[in-house]
Design a protein around this ligand. Structure first.
Ligand SMILES: [Zn+2]
Length: 89
């Protein structure tokens, strides 16, 4: 989005996640200022055909409000991903 300025500078360079093929997993979290810092855990999310990200733990995310990032992971997403990797999914 040209001209868009985040209300706060992001030290790690916040970028709206690019659209990817459905099923590709992204690591995303809410941008600074959207939610409290304690809620800014990193979820594993995939694109839906409707242009919304949905996390493994079942939360829909507006792509305009999130950034691809690393950081403190969402434990529910971690557990679900581990279960899937173990062949339970
Ligand atoms: Zn999650």
């Amino acid at each position: 989005m040209p001209g868009f300025r985040s209300p706060r500078p992001e030290p790690d360079g916040a970028v709206e996640p690019a659209r990817r093929a459905a099923g590709e997993v992204l690591n995303v979290r809410y941008r600074a200022g959207v939610v409290g810092e304690r809620s800014r855990v990193v979820h594993a999310a995939t694109w839906t055909p409707r242009g919304v990200l949905i996390t493994l733990c079942g939360m829909p995310l507006d792509p305009a409000l999130v950034e691809e990032s690393s950081g403190m992971p969402c434990m529910r997403c971690v557990r679900i991903a581990a279960d899937r990797a173990n062949g339970d999914g």
